[in-house]
Write a protein that binds this ligand. Structure first.
Ligand code: SF4
Length: 314
């Protein structure tokens, strides 16, 4: 399948079937923490990047399979709201299933009324907002030229006033970049206008595109959470026991591949025949367990296994 991936274990959404509306890697941002690699097409032009018909036909097929799915998520290879048929896709998905539908977005196009209108068909929208300060926003998200954080915050705020579903706002905390008190205070001010149901604090747990994106410790995360009030939560680690043996099988395939020779994210997703966004999840778990690591050569990360640790496991 080209446009549907998973279901993948999501720390927030349970078993989530991913729907990718965008070619790899097309986004209005080029975040320093992006797990998918550098943005190759940075744009704010909305187009039918992937055909609606093809997406829906793959979705029908995926829903026919008997794997447990808690929800559908529009996410994947970049920013989903760049797909100009977003509204139509959401309406058609509604005809196919009653499963809850979530959209992960960087929020950059929510200043456009049309985008806000199209997103209204979702149950849950998770915009990211990593800073309310323009210079920090540019440092972290490296946006398409001309995007301004005040305009983006205003777009999310206006959307939140009419949207009947839930909004969870995600903040990626990065050591030494957006964790100063003054930064968090500005974020708190922005949040008070948006009023999201939850504020989800994340840090750099997956291999980032730039080594300057470093994680906060749990103690530092808790201090930030305190500053952001009751709705703030630190996204807990995914509990893998809830899921089937499929994930374990995929992880052991990855280990086998990187034991043989170092491989990039693209190599791994091609070898396993899975979407890069799905491969990233398994890489995250294996990295956290200390079973694999990576080295950078040029602009690419090459994953490799730590044979001694893998041996201990077997
Ligand atoms: S918005 Fe998401 S997909 Fe786009 S560069 Fe940032 S992390 Fe990657």
């Amino acid at each position: 399948m080209k446009y549907i991936f998973g279901p993948v274990p999501s720390r927030r959404l349970g078993s989530s079937l991913g729907i990718d509306l965008i070619p790899f890697k097309t986004c209005s941002f080029n975040c320093i923490y992006c797990q998918l690699g550098r943005t190759t097409t940075r744009t704010i032009s909305r187009k039918e990047y992937t055909p609606v018909k093809a997406i829906l036909s793959e979705l029908k097929e995926a829903l026919r399979r008997k794997r447990p799915i808690d929800n559908l998520t529009l996410s994947g290879s970049g920013e989903p709201t760049l797909n100009s048929r977003l509204g139509k896709i959401i309406r058609e998905i509604r005809k196919l299933t009653t499963l809850p539908l979530a959209v992960l977005t960087n929020g950059s196009l929510l200043f456009q009324e049309k985008v806000r209108e199209e997103l209204k068909g979702a149950d849950l929208v998770i915009p990211s907002l990593d800073s309310a300060v323009q210079s920090t926003f540019e440092q972290i998200n490296r946006p398409f030229k001309g995007l301004h954080i005040d305009q983006i915050i205003d777009g999310i705020r206006v959307f939140s006033q009419d949207f009947k579903g839930n909004i969870y706002l995600e903040i990626m905390m990065i050591k030494g970049i957006n964790d100063a008190q003054a930064e968090v205070k500005r974020l708190a001010e922005a949040l008070s206008g948006i009023n999201p149901a939850k504020v989800q604090l994340n840090t750099v747990v997956r291999p980032p595109v730039e080594s300057s994106a470093r994680p906060l410790t749990i103690t530092e995360m808790k201090a930030i959470k305190e500053m952001l009030g009751n709705r703030a939560e630190i996204i807990s680690e995914y509990d893998r026991t809830e899921f089937s043996g499929y994930e374990i099988e995929a992880e052991s395939e990855i280990i086998k591949l990187v034991l043989r020779r170092p491989a990039t994210l693209t190599d791994l997703s091609n070898s396993l025949g899975i979407h890069p966004a799905e491969a990233v999840k398994y890489i995250e778990t294996l990295t956290q367990k200390g079973l694999i690591g990576y080295k950078e050569y040029g602009k690419e990360k090459f994953y490799r296994a730590y044979p001694r640790k893998v041996k201990c496991l077997s």
